[in-house]
Design a protein around this ligand. Structure first.
Ligand SMILES: Nc1ncnc2c1ncn2[C@@H]1O[C@H](COP(=O)(O)OP(=O)(O)OP(=O)(O)O)[C@@H](O)[C@H]1O
Length: 291
């Protein structure tokens, strides 16, 4: 069981502060969704975790040890990202072998099985792989390495719908057989919503949410009905956004409702999904909705 903590991580690129004093601990054997708008700093965070780039300040501790120039602890983490770290001439099976030099428990059997399921020809050179198959190769490696913490930065980039579904299925299957921690950064929230146990949401350089999906959804509502009644009902609640649908209005509320308030017959309250919650928490153009 590997303990991972980020302590007051700040990252600046020139004058731009991308991550601002982020602290968190990753729970063992948990699937995380790392969410945030384009440019929010998700890749930067994952790169700092794996020491691919340095933080401006703060520290990353893996089982209590720094991740800086520390192969022993970095061997407990695998980052799948857009970066192509393989020689163009290397063939797929050679890349599997190279990976096993660093991750000695690399599961060749699983890698072969997955290559076959995805239709990845192991004799092809890396340079000959399409964008989708490059992602597939890296995803297969991510599922086959013996690391305790698997970071997936846009793992389905370029994958068609069938391959995306196959990948999620295989991820859940390997997770059931060998629990470990996954952090999945993706914009396809709907597709991973069902398997995310914990949500990390970055906004304006800050870690806005770090909670179970269950807790978050249990306090996320849409309140729909005629505009006047809806606004009267939600006045003073934490309204994070709204939609107008003809004469109807939906207010999205994050946080507890007021049990004392009488719900008019014309107004309905329903739960919302993770994607709707995300859009409303990160899409504000004004200051409505505070956490
Ligand atoms: N090497 C770099 N030099 C300067 N700025 C950088 C560098 N890397 C990232 N940035 C900036 O940091 C910010 C965060 O980038 P990052 O790639 O971490 O975001 P992201 O959340 O992964 O975005 P996306 O969802 O679009 O992939 C962006 O404004 C980006 O331009």
């Amino acid at each position: 069981m590997t303990e991972v903590s980020l302590n007051q991580i700040t990252k600046k690129f020139g004058k731009q502060t991308v991550l601002n004093d982020i602290s968190l601990q990753l729970k063992p054997d948990t699937i995380y969704g790392l969410l945030g708008r384009n440019g929010a700093g998700k890749s930067t965070l994952l790169n700092i975790l794996t020491n691919r780039i340095p933080a401006s300040s703060g520290s990353v501790l893996i089982d209590g040890q720094t991740n800086i120039n520390n192969d022993r602890v970095l061997g407990k983490i695998y980052l799948m990202s857009e970066a192509n770290l393989y020689p163009n001439r290397a063939k797929v099976f050679q890349i599997f072998r190279q990976t096993a030099h660093f991750y000695s428990g690399f599961d060749f059997e699983l890698a072969h099985q997955l290559a076959s399921k995805f239709g990845l020809n192991e004799n092809l050179r890396f340079s000959k792989l399409s964008t989708g198959y490059r992602s597939i190769l890296k995803d297969i490696i991510a599922l086959s390495v013996d690391a305790e913490l698997i970071l997936l930065d846009e793992p389905t980039l370029g994958l068609d719908a069938n391959h995306r579904e196959l990948f999620y299925r295989e991820l859940v299957e390997t997770y059931a057989q060998r629990p470990r921690t996954f952090v999945i950064s993706t914009h396809l929230i709907e597709e991973i919503a069902g398997m995310i146990e914990n949500v990390l949401l970055i906004r304006d350089g800050k870690l806005l949410l770090d909670d179970t999906a269950e807790n978050l959804l249990a306090q996320s509502y849409s309140v729909t009905g005629p505009e006047k009644e809806v606004q009267e009902y939600t006045a003073g609640l934490n309204v994070i956004g709204h939609d107008n649908l003809g004469k109807l209005r939906s207010d999205y509320v994050f946080g507890q409702l007021d049990e004392e308030r009488v719900l008019p017959d014309t107004v309905t309250v329903e739960g919302i999904d993770l994607q709707k919650l995300f859009i409303n928490l990160t899409g504000q153009t004004d200051k409505e909705g505070q956490l």
